[in-house]
Design a protein around this ligand. Structure first.
Ligand SMILES: [Zn+2]
Length: 133
């Protein structure tokens, strides 16, 4: 399995965001020149839903602009699964428009949060191992 290293602080920030938004799904963008120096943009889930998310398009436009101006990349899109496992739902796969980005999902369904990363390309889901740095 391919492995990416993500700073522990970034992982914790994603988990904290997921907990703060519980019981709704939260979403955001991981940006940077590379994962080892990544930072987050917390985004608004316009769906206010426990089972799905949709990023505010205006907010996303501003963030993409900011990322370009910083000469960084959108490395991953993250969202939470308050009540289900850390695996892309059918809708997540259908709406995975960015094959060059990873999709990070944090599940709060169990006793401890579980964070996993996937690449989703034309419906094909491949798990990427996350190594906390
Ligand atoms: Zn999902």
């Amino acid at each position: 399995m391919e492995t990416i290293g993500i700073p522990r602080s970034v992982i914790n920030e994603i988990i904290d965001h997921a907990k703060a938004g519980y019981p709704d799904e939260v979403c955001g963008i991981v940006a940077g020149k590379e994962f080892s120096s990544a930072h987050l943009y917390n985004m608004t889930n316009t769906e206010n839903s426990r089972v799905s998310y949709f990023m505010d398009p205006g907010e996303q436009f501003q963030v993409m602009k900011d990322i370009r101006e910083r000469k960084e990349k959108m490395l991953a899109i993250y969202h939470s699964h308050p009540d289900s496992v850390a695996f892309p739902s059918a809708k997540d796969v259908r709406l995975a428009y960015y094959p060059d980005s990873l999709y990070i999902i944090v599940s709060l369904a169990g006793d401890i949060p579980v964070l996993k990363a996937f690449s989703i390309n034309e419906g094909e889901i491949v798990e990427i191992s996350v190594k906390p740095l």
